[in-house]
Write a protein that binds this ligand. Structure first.
Ligand SMILES: *[C@@H]1O[C@H](CO)[C@@H](O)[C@H](O)[C@H]1NC(C)=O
Ligand SMILES: *[C@@H]1O[C@H](CO)[C@@H](O)[C@H](O)[C@H]1NC(C)=O
Ligand SMILES: *[C@@H]1O[C@H](CO)[C@@H](O)[C@H](O)[C@H]1NC(C)=O
Ligand SMILES: *[C@@H]1O[C@H](CO)[C@@H](O)[C@H](O)[C@H]1NC(C)=O
Ligand SMILES: *[C@@H]1O[C@H](CO)[C@@H](O)[C@H](O)[C@H]1NC(C)=O
Ligand SMILES: *[C@@H]1O[C@H](CO)[C@@H](O)[C@H](O)[C@H]1NC(C)=O
Ligand SMILES: *[C@@H]1O[C@H](CO)[C@@H](O)[C@H](O)[C@H]1NC(C)=O
Ligand SMILES: *[C@@H]1O[C@H](CO)[C@@H](O)[C@H](O)[C@H]1NC(C)=O
Ligand SMILES: *[C@@H]1O[C@H](CO)[C@@H](O)[C@H](O)[C@H]1NC(C)=O
Ligand SMILES: *[C@@H]1O[C@H](CO)[C@@H](O)[C@H](O)[C@H]1NC(C)=O
Ligand SMILES: *[C@@H]1O[C@H](CO)[C@@H](O)[C@H](O)[C@H]1NC(C)=O
Ligand SMILES: *[C@@H]1O[C@H](CO)[C@@H](O)[C@H](O)[C@H]1NC(C)=O
Length: 842
């Protein structure tokens, strides 16, 4: 959720410096006379054939890669080629480093690479070998000391033959997500590679390997990376006792158990990462105190046993301590004041309480401090603002009160103080933080200042979130164009007045613009269309006086548009440009004064609503994935906040306007819709039977119009329909029976004097009311109503819940309506509250 320098980045930069050094020195030792080729012809040929077997593919993922093989030219000395190293005496190719060279294609076992027998170092990392298997012929490089195939899209099994490479010092197969290793191969590998110093199998699937086979790892091992390998079972204690072990990363193996030993741990260990494992770490007298050389200790979401948190204070060489997500409910121990070398301290997502202790004043090297999601209280002490190197300060979601102090230095890049009870003015020193990238001061209901235009001095901002405060005054005009990097601007739920900034300009990176819930007036500025990256635009609940802003249809990426509860008026004419609003998935223009007939041409351009997708991911900002899109929507007259929205969700809300005329038949094209609301207008004519094509519909509200005629029996085909409201119209004739319709009660139909059927307790003239079939709720079908109720609690609308897939694939929708009844019975009158609560909690 932030731009902090991760450990791996940090290590990478160290490694980079190291390799930079060695690369420079090795290239100086080369003899640059090209007249006399050092490289034998057959080697040039093999290398050129190797080059031919791949294409060059650029990937946005690895921006800085260079196509090294492009410089390889027949007739020149291959020992001088980019990425090739030769033995100066014999001219044999001993090193091939094509890391990050944009190679793409399959590496078959007949590749000429395997004729370069003398290779000692081979690095093919950061390429795309298109799910090639690692050929058993790798086992023929008998003198290989370094083999690095990290992040290069290899798949299948690691071949047994790799264990023949008994001179290997470094083996790195990390980041190949479809690679796995079998127990036999791993066991041989571990036994035979006796010179191994660095082993990295991160993200290689090792779920079949018994952790016990790690026992046989070479005693020369200095770094072991098994991050996310799916290891299951008990880790042998002697792993921690390997005498030369410096780095140990077992992170993210949730099935890994065992315990961290209390003594004899390698005294050169400087990095230990047991996060997201179940390995027990004991906090009792002098257990972890022995780890004197430790500089990085990462224990987030761990199995920490015992309460002597103060023991961490003995690890006085610590650079980084991560104890996030461990349920500590106590004060921050004063012994942490001994950790004067700390750069990174992450205590987030625990229940730490009390005030921020004074010793923080002594931790002058702190660069990254994350105390978010705790129960800390009191004021934020001024010495935090005086820490000279601080670039990340995250205190969100605590109980801090009082003013925000003045920062004494200009080192900040990330500041999140949201969800506290801070008040008072914004400190002017924030505007001097010229490297600030993220500024989040949301949800402090007592922040009452005006937004000053000096905020526009922060030219590197990507995220500016001041939402849910009590800010007043006008939004400064410069907010539209002060930073081309800005991608999230959230000033929603304040008391801002004046007009929407009209200074949006070309090159804008804005993805998310939320001004919902203010007092903004005037028109929607045309310049917004210059923000071509915009995906989310919420201007709802203001006092905007305008006609429907057709020009927004030019925004090619716009997915969510909310203009509800403003003073929009006039007819909605059809769009003039091609492809207008074609990406839109959520459109809410309810609660305005739009009139005239429903615009058919407009419906016709909403391609995003015509498509159905199954994408379960939550919509988040591309540039800042911690930022999930959320909106408030009206549901049965209640406003509910959807904190996360799944990508497949489609909603169209035209309710509470003054639309007249008939519902166009074209509405049947908006096949992706889950929610359609046309209620509280003055629509006339029949209910279109084309609605039956909206097969994904879960909620349909056409209440409080002047619709006439019968309810089309085809609506019973809408098998996912959970909520139907046709009340307060002039409908007549029998209420259709069967399927979904058996689950709707009187409230769906009331206020239509001409309707008959059991729901409205009126017999139809031409015969007896057909009885409702019995509800045959069946617990044994695999999931009981609890699961569904949980879905309710977490996300509420079916389309937005985790239960969605279950519904979609295993159950017809009449089932979940039935479950809703069960829920009603259980929850009774508190149901609505429970739902709202649940939706928020998510
Ligand atoms: C290096 O180049 C020089 C000419 O510049 C030549 O005399 C010498 O033999 C070369 N050395 C090797 C090892 O090729
Ligand atoms: C290959 O070169 C890259 C830099 O381009 C470097 O990071 C990497 O360590 C090198 N690999 C080997 C095995 O030296
Ligand atoms: C990549 O793999 C796919 C699937 O096996 C195959 O169809 C395609 O031809 C391969 N592309 C190259 C360049 O090897
Ligand atoms: C190498 O093997 C692959 C797959 O078996 C084959 O398609 C390709 O033609 C072979 N290449 C050469 C040079 O023999
Ligand atoms: C491997 O290294 C040894 C010792 O340096 C050397 O004698 C031998 O020729 C090398 N083998 C190959 C295939 O390069
Ligand atoms: C172990 O390495 C030796 C070479 O040092 C090799 O001869 C032997 O086959 C290897 N064993 C396995 C199981 O790969
Ligand atoms: C691949 O792994 C090696 C270590 O085994 C590392 O030195 C190298 O930097 C990695 N490659 C890249 C491109 O980072
Ligand atoms: C393996 O490669 C990854 C990716 O470059 C790197 O982060 C890691 O440090 C390497 N592992 C070892 C043990 O050098
Ligand atoms: C470790 O810390 C505890 C509590 O702060 C202290 O009592 C103990 O003496 C320390 N042990 C060592 C070995 O420094
Ligand atoms: C802060 O929290 C502590 C522990 O929960 C409590 O005892 C104390 O009264 C609180 N202080 C304030 C100012 O709220
Ligand atoms: C800060 O460090 C000084 C000097 O070591 C020490 O005297 C003081 O007690 C420390 N302050 C706190 C609050 O730990
Ligand atoms: C806002 O500030 C007032 C007075 O300072 C205080 O009484 C009130 O509790 C604060 N509100 C919140 C939500 O913190």
């Amino acid at each position: 959720m932030k731009f902090s320098l991760s450990l791996s980045q940090f290590l990478c930069s160290i490694l980079f410096l190291f390799h930079f050094h060695t690369t420079i020195s090795s290239s100086f030792s080369l003899n640059h006379s090209s007249s006399n080729h050092l490289c034998a012809h057959h080697q040039s040929l093999s290398l050129l054939q190797f080059k031919q077997s791949f294409s060059i593919k650029s990937s946005a993922y690895w921006e800085d890669c260079q196509p090294k093989t492009e410089s390889w030219k027949d007739g020149t000395d291959c020992c001088l080629w980019d990425g090739v190293t030769c033995d100066m005496k014999t001219g044999q190719v001993t090193g091939l480093n094509l890391s990050c060279s944009m190679l793409y294609g399959t590496l078959h076992s007949n590749n000429s690479l395997f004729s370069l027998h003398h290779l000692q170092k081979l690095d093919l990392s950061f390429n795309d070998f298109n799910s090639s298997h690692i050929s058993s012929r790798f086992g023929q490089f008998s003198n290989l000391t370094h083999l690095n195939l990290n992040y290069s899209n290899f798949a299948g099994q690691v071949p047994l033959e790799v264990s023949r490479l008994s001179k290997l010092i470094s083996l790195n197969l990390s980041g190949n997500n479809h690679l796995s290793v079998e127990p036999v191969s791993f066991d041989k590998l571990v036994r035979n590679l006796t010179k191994l110093r660095d082993l990295d199998l991160s993200s290689v699937n090792m779920s079949l390997v018994a952790p016990n086979s790690l026992t046989n790892l070479s005693s020369s091992l200095s770094s072991l990376y098994l991050w996310g390998c799916g290891l299951q079972g008990k880790i042998p204690g002697n792993i921690f006792l390997l005498p030369n072990l410096e780095l140990l990363i077992l992170r993210d193996n949730e099935g890994l158990t065992g315990s961290f030993p209390s003594s004899n741990v390698s005294n050169v260990l400087w990095l230990l990462d047991l996060s997201d494992t179940r390995i027990s770490i004991y906090l009792e007298n002098d257990s972890i105190s022995n780890l004197k050389s430790l500089e990085y200790m990462l224990l987030s979401n761990c199995n920490i046993v015992g309460s002597k948190l103060a023991l961490f204070g003995n690890l006085t060489r610590l650079f980084q301590l991560d104890l996030t997500n461990n349920n500590f409910s106590r004060q921050i121990p004063s012994s942490f004041g001994n950790l004067v070398q700390l750069r990174y301290l992450d205590l987030s997502s625990n229940n730490f309480m009390g005030q921020i202790p004074d010793f923080f004043a002594n931790l002058t090297l702190l660069a990254d401090l994350d105390l978010s999601n705790n129960q800390l209280n009191g004021t934020i002490p001024s010495f935090l603002f005086a820490l000279p190197s601080l670039w990340n300060l995250d205190l969100h979601n605590n109980q801090f009160i009082g003013n925000i102090g003045e920062f004494q230095h200009n080192s900040l890049q990330y500041l999140d103080l949201s969800k506290n009870s801070l008040h008072g003015p914004i400190p002017s020193s924030i505007f001097n933080q010229e490297n600030l990238v993220v500024l989040i001061l949301a949800s402090n209901s007592n922040l009452t200042w005006e937004v000053p235009s000096s905020i526009c001095k922060l030219k590197f901002l990507r995220v500016l979130d001041l939402s849910n405060n009590d800010l007043s005054g006008s939004a400064p005009q410069c907010l539209g164009n002060f930073s081309n990097r800005l991608s999230i601007l959230d000033l929603g739920m304040n008391n801002l007045r004046g007009t929407i900034p009209s200074t949006f300009s070309e090159g804008s990176n804005l993805e998310y613009l939320n001004l919902n819930g203010n007092e903004l007036e005037g028109k929607i500025p045309m310049s917004i269309v210059k923000c071509t990256m915009l995906k989310f635009l919420n201007l709802g609940n203001n006092k905007i006086e305008d006609t429907f802003p057709y020009f927004l249809g030019m925004l090619p990426e716009l997915k969510i548009l909310v203009l509800k509860s403003n003073k929009l008026q006039g007819f909605m004419k059809g769009p003039t440009t091609f492809n207008s609003f074609s990406a839109l998935r959520i459109l809410d223009i309810s609660g305005n004064n739009l009139s005239g007939s429903l615009p058919e041409e407009f419906f016709n351009s909403l391609e995003g609503m015509m498509t159905v997708d199954q994408d379960m991911i939550y919509m988040t900002a591309r540039t800042y994935s911690g930022y999930t899109y959320s909106i408030k929507m009206t549901w049965k007259g209640l406003e509910i906040e959807f904190v996360k929205i799944r990508s497949f969700f489609r909603l169209f809300d035209l309710s509470n306007n003054s639309f007249t005329g008939e519902i166009p038949e074209l509405i049947g094209k908006l096949e992706g819709l889950q929610q359609l609301n046309l209620s509280h207008n003055s629509l006339t004519g029949h209910i279109q039977s084309s609605l039956r094509f909206l097969t994904n519909l879960e909620s349909l509200d056409m209440s409080s119009n002047m619709l006439t005629g019968r309810i089309p029996v085809q609506l019973t085909d809408l098998t996912f329909l959970a909520i139907l409201n046709l009340s307060q119209n002039k409908l007549e004739g029998p209420i259709p029976v069967g399927m979904q319709f058996n689950t709707f009660d009187a409230s769906s139909f009331q206020g239509n004097l001409g309707l008959c059927g059991i729901q409205v307790l009126t017999e139809c003239n031409n015969g007896a009311v057909p009885p409702l079939p019995p509800l045959n709720f069946n617990e044994e079908d695999g999931f009981g109503w609890k699961v569904v109720a949980m879905g309710y609690g977490c996300g509420f609308v079916f389309g937005v819940t985790m239960g969605y897939i279950v519904f979609r694939t295993r159950r017809p929708a009449w089932f979940h309506s039935m479950v809703e009844r069960q829920w009603n019975l259980k929850a009774g009158r508190t149901k609505k509250n429970a739902r709202i609560h649940g939706a928020r909690r998510n």
